[in-house]
Each structure stands twice: as structure tokens, then as C-alpha cells.
Design a protein around this ligand. Structure first.
Ligand code: PMP
Length: 299
């Protein structure tokens, strides 16, 4: 079955999907994005993703291409056309196409929209979480607006590649004061020796992860001590548990940091329980059953 992408109002064959050479997403990474998990063919935490997209667009003064509801229709349609049951849907909004010039183009330029979806079965992700993953650490050399979910991800790309070269799953960014900020595409957490669950605050240096936010809600409803504060790499090394979160990894235990075992080197109990609790707490969007979607179809 051929894959289908949505590009600027059309559903097209994935292998032929293309943007203009002067799309500002391509030229300047002048674009924002979201990745939503799909489970049972349904979008997970759609409303929070749309709210974050709105915020990213607002911070960069990119005009919303359509309403969140209309975007939701396109996301569902791409999921449906690709028959994704377990996987992800990717949405990118760019400032649009204009002759290359750093300053913003005229207000009339239409923002670009790209949506793709792909299957990513849950079983291997669950198996990975059961084993636990390794992280390495790298200096956080990113710009100061990592709270905006832009496609400008080169430091993240380089750090992830370094992790791969070291046979690790993720790289944790460590700021110049020695604090762990977040991973290249995940938020970072520890469970301290006295049982507090700790993650960095969103006021500086991290992306406000949707999974992080949902997990905070879960933690607040439970009898677990929660601390939103910075934690140093040294504290993480001596922690009882460490784990990471994102839409695609959910809660995944970390068993090694820079090659050294975290506690006994096995996935922690708290992280494993939170993985389960998170799954139950997610907002599951209704399956699509409305009128036909906006946008033309070339298929
Ligand atoms: N931090 C960064 C830098 C990310 O790219 C991501 C993935 N979008 C996350 C954290 C986790 O965010 P979410 O839970 O929304 O997937």
C-alpha cells in the first residue's frame, strides 16, 4: 500500500511529496512541528499538541494555516489513508514560500503545511522499555528558545548521532552549570534516593513535553513526591532511577548514563509503573467519522 502525505492542501503519494525550493522551512528552518502518537488508529493527546503548536506559531508570528479542528481533520485523514494503527503522525507548519530573504515575507504569504504518518509498532517499544536504555551526555549548545518546537534541530541531530555512535539510545544535554536539561527528543527525569520524582522546570532550557505534562498530572494524582527543579548530572548518576519521556517513547527507563549503571542497572519500579499509568491517562481522540476533509486529493 503506497504511503500518502499531505502537502499544502493536497494528499499526494509520499515518494512524490515535495515542497518548493524557497519554502522558508527548507531555507531557514522557519517552521514548527508536532509529533503525535497514534494508538488504535487514534490520535493521542491531540488537544495538548494543538495547543503547543499554537504557542510555537504565536512565538514565531507564523500565521496559523487553518483552525486546530481543521488540522485535526487532516491529521486523522493522513492516519486513515496510511492505515496507521500504532505509530506517529508528523505535522509541520512553515512560514511559507517567498524569495530568499531573512526578514519575514509579506503577510499574504500562505503558511506551508506538511503532514506524514508512519507505523511504529508498540511491541518493540514496550520491549525496549522492559530492557531499559542507555544515554550519553553532551554539552547543551542550543539556542535559548528551545521552548519553541522549531524544526531547527541541528544540535539535537548531532547529539543523537553521537549517542548512536556510542550505542546509546539518547543523548542528554547538560548545561554549563552541570544541570541536565533534556534529551535530544525526550524530557529527562530521575527518582532520587529518597523517592522524589524530579524533572527540570519549563521556565528555561527545555521543551514543554506533552508526555511530561500528562505524566505530571498522573503524579499529582498519586502519592508520589514530585519536584519540578533542575537536577545535576552528578545527582542523576547517583539516582535510584532515571527515565525519559516523549510521545513515541512514553516513559522509558534509563539503565546507563555515560556507560555507568543507574542503581543496579535494571529498569526502576517507579518508571515501569508510570509507563503503565501514562497509557491509561492519555487523551484518546475519537475515531474520524465526520464529513470529508478539506484539501484536494491527487490520489
Ligand atoms: N524535548 C525535545 C527537545 C523534543 O524534541 C521532544 C519531542 N517532541 C520532547 C522533549 C518530548 O516532547 P513530547 O512529550 O511532546 O513528545
Amino acid at each position: 500500500m503506497p504511503r500518502i502525505a499531505y502537502v499544502n492542501g493536497r494528499y499526494v503519494a509520499h515518494r512524490e511529496a515535495a515542497v518548493h525550493v524557497e519554502d522558508r522551512g527548507l531555507q531557514f528552518a522557519d517552521a514548527v512541528y508536532e509529533v503525535c502518537e497514534v494508538r488504535g488508529g487514534r490520535l493521542i493527546d491531540e488537544h495538548r499538541h494543538m495547543a503547543r503548536l499554537d504557542r510555537s506559531l504565536g512565538e514565531l508570528r507564523i500565521r496559523p494555516p487553518m483552525t486546530s479542528a481543521a488540522l485535526g481533520v487532516v491529521l486523522r485523514e493522513v492516519v486513515r489513508r496510511n492505515r496507521v494503527i500504532e505509530g506517529i503522525v508528523y505535522l509541520q507548519v512553515t512560514r511559507g514560500v517567498a524569495p530568499r530573504d531573512h526578514g519575514f515575507p509579506a503577510a499574504a504569504v500562505r503558511p506551508g503545511v506538511i503532514v506524514t504518518a508512519r507505523a511504529m509498532p508498540l511491541a518493540p517499544r514496550d520491549a525496549r522499555a522492559k530492557r531499559g536504555v542507555s544515554v550519553i551526555t553532551v554539552a547543551d549548545n542550543r539556542w535559548q528558545r528551545v521552548d519553541i518546537k522549531t524544526t531547527g534541530l541541528l544540535p539535537n541531530v548531532l547529539a543523537k548521532e553521537k549517542a548512536r555512535a556510542a550505542s546509546a539510545f539518547e543523548a542528554w544535554f547538560v548545561d554549563e552549570d552541570g544541570y541536565v536539561t533534556e534529551g535530544t527528543s525526550t524530557n529527562a527525569w530521575i527518582v532520587t534516593t529518597d523517592g522524589a520524582v524530579v524533572t527540570a522546570p519549563t521556565d528555561r532550557g527545555i521543551l514543554s513535553g506533552i508526555t511530561r505534562a500528562v505524566l505530571l498530572d498522573v503524579l499529582r494524582r498519586r502519592d508520589l513526591r514530585l519536584e519540578e527543579r533542575r537536577f545535576a548530572l552528578a545527582e542523576a548518576r547517583g539516582a535510584r532511577e532515571a527515565f525519559l519521556t516523549s510521545a513515541t517513547t512514553a516513559v522509558t527507563p534509563i539503565v546507563r548514563i555515560d556507560g555507568r549503571a543507574v542503581a543496579d542497572g535494571r529498569p526502576g519500579r517507579v518508571a515501569s509503573e508510570l509507563r503503565q499509568a501514562l497509557r491509561e491517562a492519555a487523551e484518546v481522540a475519537p475515531a474520524w467519522s465526520g464529513p470529508r476533509n478539506p484539501g484536494r486529493s491527487d490520489i
